[in-house]
Design a binder for this molecule. Structure first.
Ligand SMILES: [Zn+2]
Ligand SMILES: [Zn+2]
Length: 287
């Protein structure tokens, strides 16, 4: 396996733009008449978010290693990492590179050796930070892998309970805050909001069903209305916009029903009357 970087300026970007970038590399390679590439030169490309893009793929000679012998000998995996801009590989990218390496080993007969483009060829590639990682064994990053800003990007082989354990969280709370109903529905690259452990957002005590009666007033209706506004469930109103208030109206009920339909935990019975779970979710879900 040989690891590469772009060696040009590259700036960090949203993942939704990564596939365009990979296609752009391919188009540039195909337009390169001097090299005469038949496809993107790399065997695979890995973005900063940890996604692996198939290039030439398994059992195909690469075009990126410098000469015919090196191309025949090693697969070439390129990280979307620049010589300026984004120059340090984020943990998600290292995990993605590791995923690519394991893919080529398991299904593509790649050997154990991992090097950089510069091994045996005169180039700076893959740049000092990535090359240092390669030479130290190209291991998956340990430790936290992010989360300092209250968010975590799901990486390969992560499970929801594993992520929860790493951040000392209750996995059910982590699932709830992120609207996940099944424990295995996290996918690589997904951004999870990390609830503060030991109680971050907490709902006030559920006031009971008698607080929510059509045509009656209760302070808890105002409270719930505020959450509906915060979460954007306000499409039913009397024509002047939906305003928080103590009166439980038909509009209140329909907006609550919209909210219930949006939640897998509640959608089986979207009656528009808030029970304890509706109450708690309305207060604790992030916007
Ligand atoms: Zn290279
Ligand atoms: Zn990406």
């Amino acid at each position: 396996m040989k690891i590469h970087y772009l060696g040009t300026a590259y700036s960090s970007r949203k993942h939704s733009l990564c596939d365009d970038y990979v296609r752009r590399i391919r188009a540039e390679h195909l337009a390169n008449t001097r090299e005469g590439y038949v496809d993107i030169a790399y065997s695979a490309v890995v973005c900063e978010h940890g996604y692996v893009y198939e290039g030439r793929g398994l059992h195909k000679r690469t075009g990126a290693n410098g000469n015919a012998e090196l191309n025949a000998r090693d697969y070439a995996v390129c990280a979307l990492l620049g010589s300026s801009g984004l120059t340090k590989p984020p943990d998600a990218m290292l995990n993605g590179l590791r995923d690519a390496i394991e893919w080529f080993r398991t299904h593509g007969s790649a050997g154990d050796w991992i090097g950089g483009h510069k091994d045996g060829y005169a180039t700076e590639c893959p740049g000092p930070p990535l090359y240092a990682w390669v030479k130290s064994g190209a291991r998956r990053p340990g430790g936290s892998g992010g989360g300092s800003d209250g968010k975590y990007i799901v990486q390969a082989h992560d499970t929801l309970s594993g992520i929860a354990r790493r951040f000392d969280l209750d996995w059910q709370e982590l699932a709830k805050v992120n609207g996940i109903s099944e424990p295995y529905t996290v996918y690589v690259g997904q951004e999870l909001v990390l609830p503060e452990s030991g109680g971050g957002t907490q709902a006030p005590p559920y006031p009971g069903r008698t607080a929510f009666v059509l045509g009656r007033r209760h302070q808890s209706v105002t409270d719930l209305d505020r959450q509906l506004v915060r979460l954007g469930f306000t499409r039913h109103h009397d024509g002047n916009g939906y305003q928080p208030g103590p009166l439980f109206t038909a509009y209140t009920r329909r907006n609550i029903a919209d909210f219930q339909r949006s939640r897998p935990e509640l959608s089986s019975d979207p009656d528009g009357y808030p029970g304890p779970v509706t109450w708690e979710l309305a207060h604790t879900l992030p916007r």
